[in-house]
Ligand binder design. Structure first.
Ligand code: FPP
Length: 254
């Protein structure tokens, strides 16, 4: 039902249930979607069924973020460390973008959502890359929510690659060491041109960053919940936004 209603939703100026202020919605929300395996285990199901249900939560939260007027939603879908998992689980995770986009791309387009991916292309199979590239191309001119998948993403590798690019520019005489400032580094990260996340959400009760956006999260507000990702609903998302709106962001000032 809710799937069919997606394109008909009118964006509310505020969420009355949670008294969300329309003028203080985070511009960029980043989410570490954790707990799929434990969600499945607690139901006596294989881990992959947790990932499959997690895909449905991706849809729900994308819809909620869009309705709320969030501009960027970055989702940690696969880390550079996730390759250590059993091959069957990795293969399943690599197939999810294809399945997700086969079901949802038309709705994403109808809702003016722009799909992006950040991460290391190498090692990603063609069946993962091809549908994502198609989605990126078909949504490139959309001006609504930017749905940014972090796929084969590792923050330390992202920063290491940026350092290499800067070293090469210095070696080639295009840059002097004195010219290196934060913007020079930011321009060489996957998130170049994007604002830093205002809010980081991590599900499943784990309280760590797991190599996710270490540079970009410097001043983000963090919100943790024990809820496993497949159970993470629109209401949980609103709860996180409501808590964000109660925080005073000082960026090191007073
Ligand atoms: C962490 O839970 C989750 C992942 C490694 C995969 C996240 C992927 C999705 C939610 C689906 C992505 C959907 C698309 C469309 C790309 P875990 O397996 O580490 O859970 P556990 O800590 O309970 O074992």
């Amino acid at each position: 039902m809710i799937d069919r209603l997606w394109s008909k939703f009118v964006k509310p100026s505020s969420d009355t249930d949670h008294n969300l202020a329309a003028d203080n919605v985070p511009e960029h929300v980043a989410i570490i979607m954790d707990g799929n395996g434990r969600w499945a285990k607690s139901r006596g199901l294989p881990r992959i069924s947790g990932h499959h249900s997690g895909m449905k939560a991706v849809k729900q939260i994308t819809m909620a973020a869009d309705r709320l007027g969030v501009k960027y939603l970055t989702l940690y879908a696969f880390s550079t460390e996730n390759w250590k998992r059993p091959k069957a689980e990795v293969d399943f995770l690599m197939r999810l973008p294809q399945e997700f986009l086969a079901i949802e791309l038309d709705e994403l387009i109808a809702n003016n959502v722009q799909v992006r991916v950040m991460g290391h292309r190498e090692a990603l199979p063609e069946y993962t890359i091809a549908p994502l590239e198609e989605a990126i191309a078909k949504t490139a001119s959309n001006t609504g929510l930017i749905l940014n998948f972090a796929l084969n993403y590792g923050s330390r590798k992202e920063m290491t690659d940026a350092v290499k690019l800067i070293a090469e520019a210095v070696r080639d005489g295009q840059l002097t060491p004195e010219q290196i400032d934060e913007s020079i580094i930011e321009e060489r990260l996957f998130t170049s041109g994007m604002p830093d996340p205002d809010l980081l959400i991590r599900t499943s009760g784990e309280l760590r960053l797991s190599n996710f956006m270490l540079w970009q999260l410097a001043y983000s507000e963090m919100w943790f919940t024990d809820v496993y990702w497949p159970d993470f609903s629109e209401n949980h998302f609103y709860e996180a936004i409501a808590e964000y709106q109660r925080r005073a962001r000082r960026y090191g000032g007073l």
